[in-house]
Design a protein around this ligand. Structure first.
Ligand code: URA
Length: 470
């Protein structure tokens, strides 16, 4: 053993063998940067067989990654393909990424909102992961929308519209493309180091000046304890900061789906309704949380992108762009520029053709006391909105529309949700999951949960990490 705990001399030029690195991680030792680069380049090129990558991911999931390993994994994944250089665009490049949620469609709002306020947004997103939906799967519900663009096409769309939303490709962050799909199939999503590397590799490959992270907390988050979510937020802020990207992370509530819709097409429709300046729905169906969180995140993007002195004044600028239609115009222009048929938004109901529809009703009167949002997310995926195997198509029309929020008083027989499934046979499992996931109590629940519970910037993130690893 050398002093860093590695069982091998890291200066040696002997070839690496994946089996050794799996056993090393399995036995709890830390890999050095060159070993991590070997794993990442083999993932990106396909040279390492999937069963070995899967075994290594599971070892990393169980043993955890050190701060040095996380940093090395993030940078190696960032460097696994081509990188985007936004400098030629002549504006500050800013983005937002979420740690994964149910009904989380803020990307469709914040990208055009921030672009309308003077920054550019080169957004590299992902597909459905575990119980959470994927921005790319949702966008592909628009006929013709292309999520795999070359770097030249990506730049041209941003030049024209101020923002572009694309996915990883064999050229752009290929290591995340491979590992993301594998984690989804092998139960290795919920690990702070793996999440940090996955998110930041995409964001840093986009050459961002600034980044806002939305770290979900509560029953629908990948990491369940508040402490783990804080650790992930601090880890990402410090790692991105060290790589030269001004970053803030907001811990936000995922104790219930965000907004009303969770699925593919229906999420886009909800986002576009708000971009039209429509006031959020009121009462038990309110989607005011979606509007509010989108404006808060956009406010931070505009602030970190130096277009507002404070996040609050960024919020005000974003709200103006929402209400005057400029963000909607940018969103529709982006759809068009990426090959999508934006006319489908003109009659969203006519376009929506689910295979089977069912109303899910309250089975007793009372108050919605709790929602197991992870189970609700699986219910959404099982309608056909998600995939069982990597590469499978998803059903753009599938998903769930929620009609009651946490805390709402409901009567027996009142609709709690509308299920849209690929076929009648795909209604059964979501129905059973919903019945288990929603708790109706006789007494009203306690105090409302804050939408944003904590904010990390570089200063408090580094201190938090030092204390956490001490
Ligand atoms: N989003 C990502 O891009 N990766 C993760 O691992 C989780 C959320």
């Amino acid at each position: 053993m050398n002093p860093s705990g590695n069982s091998r001399d890291s200066t040696s030029s002997a070839p690496f063998h994946m089996i050794d690195l799996i056993r090393k991680k399995r036995d709890g030792a830390a890999l050095d940067a060159r070993e991590i680069e070997f794993v990442v380049s083999g993932a990106a090129s396909g040279a390492i067989p999937l069963e070995q990558l899967a075994a290594w991911l599971m070892a990393a999931w169980i043993r955890g990654l050190t701060l040095d390993e996380t940093r090395a994994l993030t940078m190696a994944m960032r460097d696994s393909g081509e990188k985007f250089s936004p400098a030629r665009l002549g504006k500050t490049a800013v983005d937002k990424h979420s740690s994964g949620g149910v009904g989380d469609k803020t990307s469709f709002l914040v990208a055009p909102l921030a672009a309308a306020c003077g920054v550019v947004v080169p957004m590299i997103s992902g597909r459905a992961l575990g119980h959470t939906g994927g921005t790319l799967d949702k966008l592909e519900a628009i006929p013709g929308y292309r999520t795999a663009l070359s770097l030249a096409e990506f730049e041209a769309v941003i030049q024209k519209c101020g923002c572009s939303i694309v996915g990883q490709t064999p050229a752009l962050v290929p290591a995340d493309r491979a590992l993301y799909a594998l984690r989804d199939r092998t139960g290795t999503v919920e690990n702070p180091g793996l999440i940090c590397a996955s998110i930041l590799s995409k964001k840093l490959a986009a050459g961002l000046d600034a980044l806002v992270l939305d770290v979900k907390t509560g029953s629908g988050a990948f990491l369940r304890s508040e402490k783990d979510c804080e650790f992930l937020a601090a880890l990402m802020v410090a790692t991105a900061g060290a790589a030269g990207t001004r970053t803030a992370a907001l811990l936000t509530d995922m104790g219930q789906p965000l907004g009303r819709a969770a699925g593919n097409w229906i999420e886009l429709v909800e986002a576009v309704e708000l971009l039209r300046g429509t006031r959020p729905a009121e009462g038990p169906e309110s989607n005011a949380d979606l509007r509010e969180l989108s404006l808060i995140l956009a406010g931070w993007m505009i602030h970190l992108g130096s277009q507002a002195d404070t996040p609050e004044s960024g919020y005000e600028r974003a709200e103006t762009a929402l209400m005057n239609g400029s963000a909607l115009r940018i969103f529709l222009e982006m759809v068009d520029a990426q090959g999508g048929d934006a006319r489908v938004f003109e009659d969203a109901d006519a376009f929506h053709r689910p295979g089977a529809t069912e109303i899910f009703e309250a089975w007793e009167s009372g108050y919605i006391a709790e929602m197991d949002t992870t189970a609700l997310g699986w219910a959404v995926q099982r309608t056909g909105a998600g995939r069982e195997q990597a590469g499978e198509p998803v059903d753009p029309h599938a998903g769930i529309l929620f009609h009651a929020r946490r805390g709402a008083e409901v009567e027996r027989g009142q609709p709690l949700a509308t299920l849209y499934a690929t076929s009648a046979a795909r209604l059964e499992e979501p129905r059973a999951l919903l019945r288990k996931a929603i708790l109706i109590s006789k007494s009203p629940p306690g105090a409302a949960v804050a939408l944003v519970s904590r904010i990390f910037t570089r200063e408090n993130a580094e201190k938090f990490l030092q204390d956490a690893v001490r």
